[in-house]
Design a binder for this molecule. Structure first.
Ligand SMILES: [Zn+2]
Length: 464
């Protein structure tokens, strides 16, 4: 059965057909690294992960690119406020972001390009737009003339005529409202507020606008057109609209085939805000003792195009759901029985896998897909209770649960078994770290490294 995805561009569910047979090229708008990701951000990153995992489940390879925006208005503003260099500032939050992805069991993307490492590609794109007369120079930067691109507004469904957007109006800021369609900045000329953040380039001294980053980096790693572009619904305008304008105007061909956007998140029924006290970063929740796998589950378990009401009560329920899956998997793994094979198992397995796939094919209808998984778990638990499951049946059932989990990503699989000497060294080092004997800790770390064990200290303890 073919996968259907809701395409924001056409406002319709469409059968997904990758450009290249067998491989999908997908771009997920990544973080602006000026703060710790909040759970609304996490939902968007998890949509990219869920989609990638499901495409892999369907037997496709996925070339997945997620950008790191490490230069923009916000990163410059906040690094200056703190009095540290842009690089030091953004590296801290990039690392935090990567740690958060690992906590959420997000599969690493193929590439995480950083904006600051692709200035040349952006300048090249700006130059093409200048040469074509679509971009123009103003005293404070280089702007995209929206009246020169016929398709402007097609993603956000904006009618330019109605808005009577004049070429005389322009906006330097990266973010602005939909009723304020204006020429937008491709390149921002240096001014003193930028401090030491600038590049001397053939289009002048300055820095890129936010939108040009994604156009340039997606093209570099995925070509044009590519298959899928994802992001939060708040990015439709102006960010994604402007990406389309830049890329299509410059190269005269379609930019992206499928635009997939996730809805907002509410927390305890309200818009998340610091003043309401319902603003959570992933770190906040983990520090409060919530299991990151339960957080993952609760963020993926509602359909991505529905608003998700994130609540602490819901998080508790998510934890129980994950535990139910885990218990079933653990029991199946340990199951041994000399009863004969149950004739119903092949049908149960087939019904579950077909049902799961049919639901996920329907624009990732995860809530229905989960219902099918839990029905299967209920049936298997019952058969175990009645002693009607053979060792072979248990193996088959476990295999199916693992296939489901390749998409869900919420089960803990058998611990990687370390040999005892190494385990002892890891513990000795932990002890040294606790006693602030960092010299000894580092020595043990090096010793382990020689044995091919790389340790990574995370907020949840040590990982290898
Ligand atoms: Zn982007």
């Amino acid at each position: 059965m073919p996968l259907q995805l809701y395409n924001t561009l056409t406002r319709k569910k469409e059968v997904f057909r990758p450009i290249d047979k067998g491989t999908v090229r997908m771009y997920n708008c990544g973080p602006t690294v000026y703060d710790y990701p909040h759970i609304g951000n996490c939902r968007a990153f998890l949509l990219g992960d869920l989609l990638r995992r499901y495409l892999e489940f369907k037997g496709l390879n996925v070339n997945q690119v997620m950008n790191i925006t490490d230069v923009d208005d916000k990163t410059i503003r906040d690094s200056q406020k703190e009095g540290v260099s842009l690089k030091e500032f953004t590296e801290r939050y990039t690392k935090a972001f990567m740690d958060d992805l690992a906590s959420l069991n997000v599969k690493p993307a193929t590439t995480y390009p950083k904006a600051t490492e692709h200035i040349k590609d952006m300048v090249e794109l700006v130059s093409i737009l200048l040469d074509k007369g679509i971009a123009y120079k103003a005293e404070d930067g280089i702007y995209f003339d929206v009246s020169k691109f016929k398709g402007y507004g097609k993603l956000a469904h904006i009618n330019l005529e109605e808005l009577k957007a004049g070429a005389s109006e322009r906006v330097k800021s990266d973010e602005y409202a939909k009723d304020k369609v204006q020429d937008f900045a491709l390149w921002k000329a240096w001014d003193k507020d930028d401090g030491d953040v600038f590049w001397e380039t053939e289009v002048g001294k300055g820095r890129p606008g936010w939108h040009i980053e994604c156009s340039a980096m997606s093209r570099k790693y995925l070509g044009q057109p590519f298959d899928i572009h994802t992001g939060g619904i708040d990015l439709v305008f102006p960010h994604h609209e402007n990406e389309i304008a830049q890329s299509e105007a410059a190269y005269g061909k379609k930019f992206v085939n499928y635009w997939v956007h996730n809805e907002f998140i509410l927390v305890e029924g309200k818009k998340m805000s610091k003043s309401l006290g319902n603003f959570f970063t992933l770190r906040d929740l983990i520090q409060k003792g919530h299991d990151p796998f339960a957080i993952r589950y609760s963020l993926i378990s509602a359909h991505y195009r529905q608003q998700l009401n994130f609540t602490i009560k819901g998080l508790e329920a998510a934890k129980q759901s994950v535990q139910r899956l885990q218990d079933c998997a653990d029991k199946l793994r340990a199951w041994e029985s000399d009863t004969e094979d149950n004739q119903d198992i092949p049908d149960l397995v087939k019904l579950a896998i077909d049902g799961f796939e049919a639901e996920m094919d329907d624009d990732l209808n995860i809530s229905n897909a989960l219902a099918i998984i839990f029905e299967f778990v209920k049936n298997i638990n019952k058969l175990m209770l009645e002693g009607k499951l053979s060792t072979e049946d248990a193996k088959n059932a476990l295999e199916l649960l693992q296939r489901f989990d390749a998409v869900l990503g919420v089960l803990k699989h058998e611990e990687q078994s370390l040999d005892e000497d190494i385990q002892a060294l890891v513990e000795e080092r932990e002890e040294a770290r606790k006693n602030k004997d960092y010299e000894k800790a580092d020595k043990i770390r090096d010793e382990l490294k020689e044995k091919g064990i790389i340790l990574e200290d995370t907020s949840q303890g040590v990982r290898w």
